[in-house]
Ligand binder design. Structure first.
Ligand code: ADP
Ligand code: ZN
Length: 211
C-alpha cells in the first residue's frame, strides 16, 4: 500500500477481541514481505505471556518473529535503521510514549501499523488507542460477532467465574481467571456502571422535570 508520495505514515487496526485484528496485521505484514520491504514486528510483552509469541512467515519462507517489548521506548531502540515497515500488535498495552514513537518512526519514512483493542472490558477507551486513532492517517475499526445475539460486536465482555465483571475490577488482570466474549453494545454487561448510568439518567430526568 502507498498512502502518498512521501513514505512514512501511521495505520491503526482497532476493534474488540476476536474481530480479526491480528489476522489483518499479519496479512499486511505478509504483503509487505512479498513486496520485499524490510519489516519488523513487535508485540506487547504483557500479552505474549498468555498468548505465546507468534511468527510471521512470508511466501518465500522468510520467518519473522514478533519481538516482545515492555515499553514503546524499547520499540524505538530496537527498530533497525533500514526498517521500512514496523508492525505493533496489542498496542493498547503500551505506555503513552507509543504516540511520539509512532510519529517519529513515520517522520523517518516508516510505515507504522498498530493493532489493538480500542475499548477495555468497561467499554471505555483503552490506553493510547483513541489518541493513536486520532493521529493516524488510516484507521480500520473491525467488528467481531456478538456471541449472545449475532449482531456486530464492538465490546469486550469480561466474565469472572462465568459472571459479568464489575466496573471497578482492574483493567488488566495479571494471572486472573477471567475470560472474554465479544458482544454488541446491548448485550454487554458491566454491573455498577449500568447502575450508575441509571442513577445518572434518573438525576438528569429529575433535573429536567424541574425546569
Ligand atoms: P483479534 O486480534 O482481533 O483478537 P484474531 O485475529 O486473533 O482477532 O482472531 C479472529 C478470529 O477469531 C476470527 O477469524 C474467527 O475465526 C475467530 N472468532 C472467535 N470468536 C469470534 C467472534 N465472536 N466473532 C468473530 N470471530 C471470532
Ligand atoms: Zn448482542
Amino acid at each position: 500500500m502507498n498512502y502518498g508520495k512521501h513514505p512514512g505514515w501511521i495505520e491503526v487496526i482497532s476493534g474488540v477481541m476476536f474481530s480479526g485484528k491480528s489476522e489483518e496485521l499479519i496479512r499486511r505484514v505478509r504483503r509487505g514481505l512479498i513486496a520485499r520491504r524490510r519489516v519488523q514486528v513487535f508485540k506487547s510483552h504483557l500479552d505474549s505471556r498468555y498468548a505465546g509469541l507468534y511468527s510471521v512467515t512470508s511466501h518465500d519462507g522468510t520467518e519473522f518473529d514478533a519481538s516482545p517489548v515492555d515499553s514503546a521506548a524499547e520499540i524505538f531502540r530496537l527498530v533497525r535503521p533500514d526498517a521500512e515497515i514496523v508492525a505493533i500488535d496489542e498496542a493498547q498495552f503500551l505506555d503513552a510514549d507509543v504516540l511520539p514513537v509512532a510519529a517519529a518512526l513515520a517522520a523517518r519514512g516508516i510505515r507504522v501499523i498498530l493493532a489493538g483493542t480500542d475499548t477495555d472490558f468497561r467499554g471505555e477507551p483503552f490506553g493510547s488507542m483513541g489518541a493513536l486513532m486520532a493521529v493516524a492517517e488510516v484507521v480500520d475499526k473491525l467488528q467481531a460477532i456478538c456471541v449472545v445475539c449475532g449482531d456486530p460486536a464492538c465490546r469486550n465482555q469480561r466474565l469472572l467465574d462465568g459472571k459479568p465483571a464489575r466496573y471497578d475490577s482492574p483493567t488488566i488482570m495479571i494471572g486472573g481467571r477471567e475470560s472474554y466474549e465479544a458482544r454488541c453494545r446491548h448485550c454487554h454487561k458491566v454491573p455498577r456502571r449500568d447502575e450508575d448510568q441509571r442513577e445518572l439518567l434518573e438525576g438528569v430526568e429529575g433535573r429536567g422535570s424541574k425546569v
